[in-house]
Design a protein around this ligand. Structure first.
Ligand code: GDP
Ligand code: ZN
Length: 295
């Protein structure tokens, strides 16, 4: 029986999975369905032939980010992420509903969330500043940066140390510009993965884990900028609004939907100003948007 080794999944390739072991990259196959293994997974594997391996088991995960796929099922996007940095900017138009959606998913998946306001070189608006106050009061970290003018990038880079991170956000906010600023040798590293595993093209949408020069890892996942509510239920969505959490248990009925329900502590907190009205209104909108199969 071949020796069991422990490695890190750094990318999904067309013909297999790139596993890093001892500073080398090994192309691995798996007896499971390929989609069940995610970038960021720690796996035990065995050598099947020189330079080729077989994944035997996925080691326990501290977090798993999923996205909806067909038939109401989900597919893993990345495993063991510590923090998702939600990127937004004055343009394209800042979508706070989408920001709340990411934050709610993180809150429910044991993943920390932080905010990145990019393009601070452009004129800013009061509306954004006003909304940002709510997030800051809720304890979310905010990094103000400009990928173009290299503003605020040192603070951001030091936040990425010693953990596994991913950038999320709508298209056009500057995720790839930021990724290139954070990993200047990204193309070189991507080519190394392809060359080592001898499988030419590593598709541009493949999620890939990069080690940062100052420590920490960044999972670049260009194909999944928006991962939806990832199978959350209505109850989980409410929990995803972290300021609702202390009140949810105090609602008179334990199946309270926090809409017009009698004895709802969340609504009471809203009346008292302990919950921001714009956040509550976005909760209602996201609730409406939920796929009915999950409600
Ligand atoms: P992505 O779709 O989120 O990956 O965004 P991109 O990195 O492709 O950037 C989208 C557009 O925003 C491009 O035209 C970038 O040049 C521009 N952009 C990125 N960062 C900045 C920035 O810091 N300031 C300004 N003004 N534009 C930026
Ligand atoms: Zn309630």
């Amino acid at each position: 029986m071949a020796e069991l080794l422990e490695g890190l999944v750094i990318s999904h390739l067309g013909q297999g999975i790139a596993v890093e072991y001892n500073h080398e990259i090994i192309l691995c196959q798996t007896l499971r369905r390929l989609e069940t293994v995610a970038v960021g997974d720690r796996v035990s594997w065995t050598l099947s032939s020189p330079g080729q391996g077989r994944i035997e088991a996925i080691l326990p995960r501290r977090s798993l980010l999923e996205r909806p796929s067909r038939n109401g099922k989900t597919r893993p996007v990345a495993a063991n992420i510590d923090t998702i940095f939600v990127v937004f900017a004055v343009e394209p138009h800042c979508d706070f509903l989408l920001i709340d959606q990411y934050l709610a998913v993180c809150e429910n998946h044991n993943i920390d969330a932080a905010l990145i306001l990019n393009k601070t070189d452009l004129p800013q608006t009061d509306i954004i500043e006003k909304e940002l106050l709510d997030y800051i009061n809720l304890g979310y970290s905010l990094y103000r940066v400009s990928a173009w003018e290299n503003l605020g990038m040192d603070e951001l880079k030091s936040a990425l140390k010693d953990q596994v991170s991913m950038l999320a956000g709508q298209s056009g906010v500057g995720k790839s510009s930021l990724t290139n600023a954070i990993i200047p040798d990204k193309d070189l590293k991507t080519n190394t993965v392809s060359a080592t595993t001898k499988h030419g093209r590593h598709t541009t949408t493949a999620a890939t884990l990069y080690h940062l020069n100052d420590g920490g890892d960044l999972i670049d996942s260009p194909g999944v900028a928006i991962f939806g509510l990832a199978g959350l239920t209505e109850q989980r969505l409410a929990y995803g609004y972290r300021e609702f959490q202390p009140f949810i248990d105090q609602c008179q009925f334990n199946d309270c939907r926090h809409l017009k329900d009698k004895g709802c502590a969340v609504l009471m907190a809203l009346e008292n100003g302990d919950i921001s009205r714009t956040r509550y209104e976005r909760f209602l909108k996201l609730r409406e948007k939920m796929p009915k199969t999950f409600v």
